[in-house]
Ligand binder design. Structure first.
Ligand code: AMP
Ligand code: ZN
Ligand code: ZN
Length: 311
């Protein structure tokens, strides 16, 4: 690797879109400054707020927890971690252990909620039930619905004003392109660095501090600052979706034409803001069964609970 474009020290990364090489110190400064600017310019967090960070143990959410905690004193807000233990043997258990170590190292309070405690069954048990019923619904769909349900409910009960996730630039562009491929225009308007559901008081606004951070840079940063990233195993239930070809295509385009990713996210922001003027915010009602926010009479979590356990 050549030397840093700014100071001549040994470079740790090259950025094709900046047309520069950066050393450890300059890369860390540049990375942290962008996350801070995202929070400040987009008003993701206000002084005095309490922020829950949804941490899975992967590089992105660990980086989000680490940085939100690092900035919290100067920016005068509180932060805590919230982890969901889905109950996948040989996967969730190892991940949760890793997370506990990380939270302890950086001195942040961590709350853990498990599917088993909350729904009465681990994901391993849920997958068995889905199998008996002929996999009418995919494990990832049920897991995603249950996870988002718990995250919102517990973030709210733990008095969080915001719920932060580790979604990075690549995640956001992949979702945008998938929405475009499906023609799901309302989703394009709704998704952003801050997703506010002001129409329901039980919905905690979600924020994405790594919205402008490319995946590759989040990986480099997490290694450079020595975060205890969980890499050992992949979720055994993951199903290869449309996201994988989109991801490959996007990385190829970025390699051939540096800045592609930033051009796409800029295009997305312009489209979303123009459409936002005509598209009103989705009005969210209340689930008749559990009282949580829902766009249908019975929320998806209650639907799956009834389907799986008949209650
Ligand atoms: P994914 O849907 O796996 O791409 O994850 C997106 C974001 O959701 C992560 O960056 C985390 O902030 C959050 N997340 C995913 N899985 C969990 C989990 N088991 N516990 C807490 N947060 C999670
Ligand atoms: Zn340098
Ligand atoms: Zn419900």
């Amino acid at each position: 690797m050549p030397s840093c474009t700014l100071c001549g020290e040994k470079a740790v990364m090259s950025s094709s879109y900046l047309q520069a090489y950066l050393c450890r110190e300059h890369f860390i400064k540049y990375f942290e400054k962008r996350v801070k600017l995202t929070i400040n310019i987009l008003g993701l967090i206000r002084p005095g707020e309490r922020v829950a960070v949804a941490v899975s143990g992967g590089k992105d959410s660990l980086t989000a927890l680490y940085l939100l905690s690092k900035f919290s004193k100067d920016m005068e807000y509180e932060v805590f971690g919230l982890a969901i233990d889905e109950g996948i043997k040989g996967y969730s258990d190892l991940r949760i252990k890793c997370l506990k170590d990380h939270a302890r190292n950086i001195g942040v309070e961590l709350h853990i909620v498990s599917f088993k405690e909350f729904f009465g069954a681990s994901l391993d048990e849920i997958v068995k039930l889905l199998k008996e019923k002929g996999f009418e619904y995919k494990p990832c769909s049920v897991c995603g619905v249950f996870r988002r349900y718990i995250m919102n409910k517990f973030a709210r009960e733990l008095k969080a004003d915001k719920l932060a996730t580790g979604h990075n630039l690549d995640d956001e562009i992949q979702v945008f392109l998938m929405n475009a491929i499906r023609g799901a225009i309302p989703n394009i308007v709704r998704e952003g660095a801050i997703t506010e559901y002001s129409t329901h008081k039980k919905m905690v606004p979600r924020i994405k501090p790594l919205y402008f951070i490319p995946e590759k840079e989040s990986l480099i940063y997490s290694k450079l600052v020595g975060l205890n990233v969980f890499l050992e195993a992949k979720c055994p239930y993951v199903i290869h979706s449309m996201r994988h070809p989109v991801r490959r295509w996007l990385n190829k385009m970025e390699w051939e034409r540096p800045l592609t990713k930033y051009r796409i996210i800029a295009t997305k922001e312009v489209i979303a803001s123009m459409l936002g003027k005509v598209e009103t915010k989705r009005s969210i009602g209340t689930c008749e069964v559990c009282g949580e926010p829902s766009s249908t009479a019975i929320c998806k979590a209650c639907f799956y609970k009834n389907y799986l356990f008949g209650k």
